[in-house]
Design a protein around this ligand. Sequence first.
Ligand SMILES: Nc1ncnc2c1ncn2[C@@H]1O[C@H](COP(=O)(O)OP(=O)(O)OP(=O)(O)O)[C@@H](O)[C@H]1O
Ligand SMILES: [Mg+2]
Length: 232
Amino acid sequence: MSVKNRPAIEGYIGASGSGKGVSITRRLAELAPARLVIWDPRDEYGRHAPATGSLGELVRQVRAAGPSGPVRTRYVPGGALALGEAFALVCLLVFEAGGLVFVAEELSDVTTASHAPPAWRRLITQGRHKGLHVIGAAQRPTLIDKTFLGNCTRVRCFILGYDADRRAMARELDCDDAAVSALGTDERDGGGVAIRYLERDRRARTIVQGRIDVSRAGRMTERQVPYVREAT
Ligand SMILES: Nc1ncnc2c1ncn2[C@@H]1O[C@H](COP(=O)(O)OP(=O)(O)OP(=O)(O)O)[C@@H](O)[C@H]1O
Ligand SMILES: [Mg+2]
């Protein structure tokens, strides 16, 4: 396995409509995983995998694939089980299966700054040994499990609405507060949006400023330049 494809943990953090879903969609196209499980509480990832609302069905699909067979599935919670309990069960299943990409959307639904299901913590701290590649998303970094952000091999940050969140992410990204405050998702002339982000890669030891232009027709282009700290 090349370094680029080594299992990893990626965090996508930003306000609603800031560009997390667009970025994760692009990342999944790049990774093109043969084995993919998505925790999708907002039912946003229909183009990546068929949905099931049944945990039993999810377990059946993942186990039927065996340790290395193809599986692409997406769990949209909605049953009688509490969200946190359902999430813990999905995390157990993903860890048991190993060797897959796991997308966990809106972590603030199921973790807090001081609490997370033990099965999720285990994915974050030991998933690498099981060949797991975890992609997590959240709108508010200060409201989610701290172990997650601390263990991310790569973090991408978009516009944030709260001062405390911007300061927390500036530390996480090792950037100036001003650089995080300058992020935005802006309407482009002629339609579409320009999504600006900062991304830190802890393995490559790089910090970049990036921009994704989404045209009105949905066509996307992306550019990155190294982040340069402001002279003081
Ligand atoms: N296929 C598309 N074509 C055009 N614009 C899009 C497309 N998908 C998303 N956008 C726009 O890109 C921006 C970012 O959307 P995105 O879905 O990535 O937000 P998000 O960070 O995932 O938000 P949320 O937390 O609410 O899910 C929004 O302005 C959205 O309207
Ligand atoms: Mg989204």
